[in-house]
Design a protein around this ligand. Structure first.
Ligand code: ARG
Length: 257
């Protein structure tokens, strides 16, 4: 009996070691190549160029420039937005550059740099025929948000206090606009710069109302597996880019000024 128990204890210890070894060895170390997670479904911040399918955008240019200043190469991995934070926690990617907004909840799981983009309020988008003017008109209405985006958290927090309707959660911006167009809901809440690429001049399908005191900022998320000095180096590169006009030039290029 003693022998069996002894063997069992040994087996459990070995399994524990293997589990520990596997989970720590899965963490990708950072040497020459910075692994960047993005979700290339979010123009103008991260999307696939219609010409050649390359991943491009404001946040992609920002991380490329940061990497250049730190003498690192980059490998970009395109993943669904909702998997980026779990992936960074597992150590599969080093940085997220995906138009991600820093929030206190997310900051428990990743390091955020300071925001490098602001002035991007949330909007209520409706069809032009709608008489919705602001948040107070959303009572008992059906409102679309994108799953896992900060607009979802924002609207969820308002639901109980405002007795708003229902939230219809859809994965991408294009799904939301199509649903709105086909009257599947009354409104869509998203950020100004996110809507911009989809609404061409003279488009009379939709109307927008700014939600006061909102701002969907962008920051880079950095893995908590990486040392604090790395976070500081990235921040220094961003600060230099701000000071020497690089950030302003990129904002101009992507029309997010
Ligand atoms: N800024 C919003 C957020 O952080 C939306 C970001 C969506 N990004 C994307 N690549 N799909 O929640």
């Amino acid at each position: 009996m003693k022998k069996i128990l002894g063997t069992l204890a040994l087996l459990i210890a070995a399994a524990g070691f293997l589990f520990w070894y596997r989970s720590t060895s899965d963490v990708k170390p950072l040497s020459q190549v910075l692994i960047v997670g993005t979700s290339a479904d979010f123009p103008p911040f991260s999307f696939r160029s219609p010409e050649d399918d390359q991943i491009v955008g404001f946040d992609i240019d920002v991380i490329k420039e940061v990497a250049k200043r730190l003498s690192l190469e980059i490998e970009i991995q395109d993943k669904p937005f909702g998997t980026l934070i779990p992936q960074i926690e597992l150590g599969q990617i080093h940085v997220i550059a995906a138009g991600m907004t820093p929030t206190p909840e997310r900051a428990k799981r990743v390091h955020f740099t300071k925001s490098y983009l602001s002035g991007n309020p949330l909007l209520i988008v409706t069809k032009s025929s709608s008489d919705i003017q602001g948040l107070e008109d959303l009572k008992l209405k059906e409102v679309i948000v994108n799953t896992g985006y900060t607009a979802e958290t924002y609207m969820t927090s308002l639901m109980s206090s405002m007795a708003i309707m229902e939230l219809l959660r859809l994965p991408r911006v294009t799904d939301a606009l199509t649903a709105l167009e086909y009257d599947k809901a009354d409104a869509f809440v998203t950020a100004a710069f996110t809507l911009q690429p989809y609404i061409k001049e003279g488009d009379t399908r939709f109307k927008v109302h700014v939600i006061p005191q909102t701002d969907e900022e962008n920051a880079l998320a950095i893995s908590k597996h990486l040392p604090e000095e790395f976070v500081q180096k990235v921040q220094k590169a961003l600060d230099d880019m701000e000071a020497d006009g690089t950030l302003a030039a990129l904002k101009k290029k992507w029309n997010v000024l």
